[in-house]
Design a binder for this molecule. Structure first.
Ligand SMILES: [Zn+2]
Length: 287
């Protein structure tokens, strides 16, 4: 093998990291606005879709508080949930459906979830196994919650997301996937047709970090997080909503339930969201 082949991926990764560093330090908001203003907003007015991924027992523990707060603020969200958790905790999931929240298929076991599938990785599974993961979750939602799910989010997004998801979703009659990052995907933060007739809805960024995903992992939890402070996190969120509102844009984020309820972050975020039209992914298909 030519050395070039070994060096290029490393260089590309390094160059991408350097470019991100420069943009984030020098002109993040200008970049964010320019990037986002290229999008074609299907809702034609400022719209925001709030979603949560329930991956761990600690997320399930946060579920009732989260539903209470959403109800109090009259906001309907999208909840990416695991089939196994729906079997284990049917009542709280039933309550979520009754209160108008959209269930997003997040697979049956969430490979490599420590609870059920610590040694399996979604992108390493065979096509048939990936299909079973999605199909079994779908059947669980149908049997326990009485719903027909139309959208999917790959467990762990980016790294474990694979192209094979799209033909599987098409086979199952699904309409969308929300498994990519806005900064690394077409559509400039807005949904767009991916392949096999499936719409991809990328999760978004924020004005000061346009080349990152705005979530609790990147902003608060990872080693050397972008923000590392709950108040800064809420301020960044509020600023994002202001830019979205002023420019009639669409944006969606996802949050980890166990983390977002800490330190009243969710209370504060929801207050800001009462000032903008909130939508659910399924609304895309009735427009
Ligand atoms: Zn997940």
């Amino acid at each position: 093998m030519y050395p070039d082949f070994a060096v290029r991926p490393f260089f590309n990764k390094y160059a991408a990291r350097m470019a991100r560093e420069i943009i984030h330090r020098a002109f993040p908001e200008t970049f964010f606005r320019k990037f986002m203003l290229k999008q074609k907003n299907p809702f034609k007015e400022a719209a925001y879709a709030l979603t949560f991924d329930f991956d761990f027992e600690k997320d399930i523990a946060a579920f009732p508080v989260l539903l209470d707060l959403l109800k109090k603020n009259n906001i309907k969200a999208g909840l990416a949930v695991i089939g196994k958790f729906v079997e284990k905790y049917p009542d709280i999931h039933k309550r979520a459906v009754e209160e108008g929240h959209e269930i997003i298929n997040h697979s049956y076991t969430h490979p490599d979830n420590p609870h059920w599938a610590p040694d399996r990785f979604f992108n390493k599974l065979a096509y048939a196994e990936q299909k079973t993961e999605i199909e079994k979750a779908h059947e669980t939602y149908h049997n326990i919650l009485g719903i027909e799910c139309i959208g999917f989010r790959t467990p762990h997004y980016g790294n474990l997301h694979t192209e094979s998801v799209y033909p599987i979703l098409a086979e199952l009659g699904y309409k969308y996937s929300s498994s990519t990052a806005a900064c690394g995907y077409k559509g400039y933060g807005a949904p767009s047709l991916h392949s096999h007739g499936i719409i991809e809805i990328p999760t978004g960024c924020s004005p000061n970090f346009p080349l990152a995903i705005f979530d609790s992992w990147n902003m608060l939890r990872k080693k050397n997080p972008f923000l590392g402070d709950d108040d800064l996190f809420v301020n960044e969120f509020n600023k994002t909503i202001e830019v979205i509102s002023e420019n009639n844009l669409f944006l969606t984020h996802y949050f980890d339930p166990y983390d977002i309820i800490k330190n009243k972050k969710l209370d504060r975020i929801l207050k800001k969201l009462t000032l903008i039209k909130t939508v659910q992914y399924k609304d895309l298909f009735i427009y």
